[in-house]
Design a protein around this ligand. Structure first.
Ligand code: ZN
Length: 449
């Protein structure tokens, strides 16, 4: 039984003009709210000498100052529990999540009842876009506690009418049993976990992952499922369709998600978030056109507790298209990594996920697992880039090493020295993978950042 293509047809297929009109009006109301209720933004606007009347059209948004994660951290430390940027009364907050970031301390994100409803609605739309239907049984093998991709995902999946099975992380035996006994056909997890769990199934259940019957893998929380060679490997070993979503703990759990065309993640929430893509160096707003690469910046349109304006995500993305065969009008992108992870080798920017893509393209001669070893703090790295990769099988490693080094040079324009180790040597991760190993003493400053 085929069900409808869209969960919210009107907004998902709205024309760019309709979206602009809607966002223009909603942003005006959100700015009224910030000027009236947010001490944090009142200060920022005063410092930037910007007034409410400076906003008339949507394009005037670029005149307003950015908000950074560091500012949110400072705001929370100086004004607990939620920070000066929390614009709702504590009494109206119904739930608190945390955004951990990659290194720094966790920071709290409060939700009012309306905020939580909005998160659930947008998250449901994202899962539906990825092909979740009410007949599905989904094993949630991702974080549940505090994590923005936990309880809101439960609300979203249940609202579609599918079965939500709350397994959490670090419970592969339970995930395996639940998948078999409940005949689950879908899983929500990080791509690192999908790969980890495949090894677990082979080892513990003595069966091939595809025998488990998972047909839909909904991935997120890190780039991976959208890396072509990584996706190909996951689809091949699981016999499942792999799609991915992208969100931000401070803004919404999933804001972009891939439709069944699997050709990039659609922007799913134009009535809740304004998306800008900026040049990370100059801060200039770039046009949302095919091929444009930059940093994602979010402005919330309906947030009560954490109404962020021009929030810099540090996610580096590339616009893949503004059209799609599915009929959705939200543009499509792929996340290529986080600014924090970017390395620079002789002036060439390299994201670890791109190196993983090259190494994974040698699957099944490699397992696809990699680690980039840094002998000094980045982002500048003296060539060659040290890459540890895993081989499978017994022979031909010298040939494989040279082939991988050659392809890294050809695709990424950097010299690499590949060190091949036996399959299963590198650490596996049940949450987000860690593609960089710091082989130097970490200073206090770096730890703080
Ligand atoms: Zn589509």
């Amino acid at each position: 039984m085929e069900t409808a293509e869209y969960l919210d047809r009107k907004i998902e297929t709205a024309s760019p003009k309709e979206v602009q009109k809607l966002q223009e009006a909603k942003l005006a109301r959100q700015l009224d709210y910030l000027f009236a209720c947010s001490a944090f933004y009142q200060d920022k606007f005063r410092t930037a000498r910007i007034k409410r009347k400076d906003y008339r059209r949507l394009r005037d948004l670029s005149r307003f100052p950015f908000t950074t994660k560091e500012e949110l951290r400072e705001s929370q430390a100086s004004c607990p529990p939620l920070g000066r940027h929390a614009a709702a009364d504590w009494v109206d907050v119904i739930r608190v999540h945390s955004s951990t970031g990659t290194t720094g301390k966790a920071s709290f994100v409060g939700l009012t009842r309306r905020d939580a409803k909005m998160w659930a609605k947008l998250t449901a739309r994202s899962f539906y876009t990825q092909g979740l239907r009410k007949t599905d049984v989904v094993v949630h093998a991702a974080g549940l506690t505090m994590f923005a991709g936990g309880l809101p995902v439960k609300d979203a999946i249940e609202s579609i009418g599918a079965v939500f099975v709350p397994i959490g992380t670090g419970a592969s035996e339970r995930a395996l049993a639940a998948t078999q006994l409940l005949r689950a056909n879908a899983m929500h997890c990080t791509p690192s976990y999908a790969s980890y769990f495949a090894d677990f199934v082979r080892r513990e259940a003595k069966t091939e992952p595809r025998e488990l019957g998972l047909q839909k893998l909904f991935c997120g929380a890190e780039p991976g499922a959208g890396i072509p060679a990584v996706r190909a490997k996951l689809q091949e070993e699981w016999g499942a369709r792999v799609t991915e979503g992208l969100g931000n703990a401070d803004m919404a759990p999933i804001i972009f998600s891939e439709c069944r065309q699997q050709s990039g993640m659609h922007f799913n929430g134009p009535e809740y978030v304004v998306v800008e893509i900026i040049d990370p160096e100059t801060g200039e707003t770039l046009p949302v056109e095919k091929g444009v690469t930059g940093e994602l910046v979010y402005t919330s349109l309906e947030r009560e507790c954490v109404p962020l304006l021009r929030f810099r995500t540090r996610d580096r993305v590339t616009v893949l298209d503004t059209l799609c065969a599915c009929g959705r009008t939200g543009f499509k992108l792929r996340c290529i990594g986080r600014t924090d992870d970017m390395l620079i080798v002789l002036g060439v920017n390299v994201f670890p996920s791109a190196v993983k893509d090259v190494v994974s393209s040698f699957y099944p001669r490699t397992t696809g697992e990699i680690q980039i070893v840094l002998n000094q703090p980045g982002p500048k790295v003296a060539p060659p880039l040290k890459v540890v990769a895993e081989y499978t099988g017994a022979s031909g490693t010298a040939q494989l090493k040279s082939e991988i080094e050659h392809k890294i040079k050809a695709v990424l324009s950097v010299s690499a020295a590949v060190d091949l180790v036996a399959g299963g040597t590198l650490p596996r991760f049940e949450m987000k993978g860690q593609l960089i190993r710091k082989a130097y003493e970490i200073t206090d400053t770096e730890r703080r950042n």
